[in-house]
Design a protein around this ligand. Structure first.
Ligand code: ADP
Length: 226
């Protein structure tokens, strides 16, 4: 029996007559970190959008945690996403922004918000408004909102963008901890080295097509000989 957490079955996605994802077949297992590697415009973000139901396939199907995504079930139950800039409101503090998002699902209390802010290295008592945040602080807040519900599936698009070395280290250990807890994590990045540090498997995408998959044993070995 195939127990994959995410199943993308022969998906093609067309947007405005353009094929942006081409015959994608991809099954992802629980407790693994997957790295989607590809140049700008290759379809990484589209693939993440597909997994969380933000776009629907033109052909094929997507299943997450045993449930097919369709118009009735468009957003999987337990998923955290960081795709482009989350819609934070500039006139509020980071804390207030997370409170507003948490209110939508009513599952998170202020204690958890303080906790996730601390996890990503932001001060929960910082009175500065989001509009005064640096790019790196914005990215940290984006990661905080993605993890605050402790999701089983975490989708991160270019998560190390604008982060300094300490924050990158911090994020790496956070993701490894989540993996050990059995979460499924998908990271899209153009940065091969960064992906190779974390991924159990790399999925290489070019012009909307998966052109290669590599397990960490393979790319770690390749790294030594190159
Ligand atoms: P990546 O995340 O790898 O940089 P994307 O997934 O954002 O790439 O984009 C994949 C392709 O889809 C690009 O060629 C882009 O031009 C195209 N694309 C993105 N949005 C649309 C849209 N709304 N209509 C048509 N094509 C689009």
């Amino acid at each position: 029996m195939d127990v994959s957490y995410v199943k993308i079955n022969d998906v093609t996605k067309k947007l405005q007559g353009q094929i942006v994802l081409n015959k994608i077949d991809l099954h992802l297992e629980k407790g693994n970190i997957y790295g989607i590697q590809g140049k700008n415009g290759s379809g990484k973000t589209m693939l993440l959008r597909l997994i969380c139901g933000l776009i629907v396939p033109t052909e094929g199907s997507v299943e997450v945690a045993g449930k097919k995504l369709d118009s009735k079930n468009s957003f999987p139950e337990s998923v955290g996403i960081l795709i482009e800039y989350p819609g934070f409101l500039p006139q509020y503090t980071g804390f207030k922004n997370l409170q507003l998002l948490a209110a939508i699902r009513k599952r998170i209390d202020d204690r958890r918000i303080r906790e996730v802010l601390e996890i990503v290295g932001l001060d929960p008592n910082d009175r500065r408004k989001y509009r005064k945040y640096s790019l790196g602080m914005r990215q940290r807040l984006g990661i905080a909102q993605a993890i605050m519900e402790d999701p089983d599936l975490l989708l991160l698009d270019e998560p190390t963008n604008a982060l300094d070395t300490d924050a990158v280290e911090n994020m790496r250990s956070l993701l490894l901890r989540m993996k050990q807890e059995g979460k499924t994590i998908v990271i899209a990045s153009h940065d091969r080295e960064e992906l190779e540090k974390l991924s159990d498997e790399k999925i290489i995408i070019e012009r909307g097509t998966i052109v290669g998959r590599q397990r960490s044993e393979e790319f770690k070995k390749a790294g030594v000989t190159l």
